[in-house]
Write a protein that binds this ligand. Structure first.
Ligand code: SF4
Length: 192
């Protein structure tokens, strides 16, 4: 390296000549740092989403490259979070890419000690069978109350607890289905 170049790269000289007198910005960047760019720049597309962790429902931008999630960041256009994510939300990329992520339905039979894998179709059929059987076994049509007959048309054998990231449309459909089934115990994590 020539002496002039050596002096030009001296930190104090850079601070004075690069418009960064306090050494808080580009004057203290190494040449290696100057070549780095955020991995979001190489994404093929960006998908808007909602953080799945808690009831706040912060907006997220999911950066995708070669059909793989490469980064998850806060969505500045979200009126809820305005671009911010807490540490849990900022780490949600691992929910998709983490080695411990489950990719199949897990089922543990009553009294079993091991989990077994089910196909999604099989699991959905089992849930439907249980809903139908429980509804039939616990259905309350009417009840005598003194000399009055109270009309219920309900079941107290089924309850529903929704997740925070269900959107308005999903909640509407869930409530509509449950009401049609006579389920009256309907709650959502966002209200708890
Ligand atoms: S980023 Fe944090 S506060 Fe926001 S929804 Fe996710 S877990 Fe909740």
């Amino acid at each position: 390296m020539k002496p002039a170049e050596f002096i030009r790269r001296w930190p104090l000289v850079r601070q004075l000549t690069e418009g960064d007198p306090l050494g808080l910005g580009k004057a203290v960047q190494s040449s290696r740092t100057q070549t780095l760019e955020p991995r979001t720049h190489s994404a093929d597309r960006v998908v808007s989403s909602v953080c799945p962790y808690c009831a706040v429902g912060c907006g997220q931008k999911v950066y995708v490259k070669d059909e793989q999630v490469i980064q998850v960041e806060g969505d500045p256009s979200s009126p809820v979070s305005r671009g911010r994510l807490c540490p849990k939300g900022a780490a949600t990329k691992n929910l998709v890419t983490g080695a411990s992520r489950e990719h199949a339905v897990k089922y543990r039979r009553p009294f079993a000690t091991e989990w077994e894998e089910l196909s999604l179709d099989r699991a959905m059929d089992m849930i439907a069978d249980r809903v139908i059987a429980t509804r039939a076994a616990t259905w309350q049509d009417t009840e005598e109350d003194g000399d009055q007959e109270k009309v219920y048309h309900r079941t107290l054998g089924i309850a529903s607890l929704g997740g925070a990231t269900l959107d308005n449309e999903e909640n509407y459909l869930i409530k509509k289905l449950l009401t049609a089934l006579g389920v009256v115990q309907v709650e959502n994590q966002a209200r708890i």
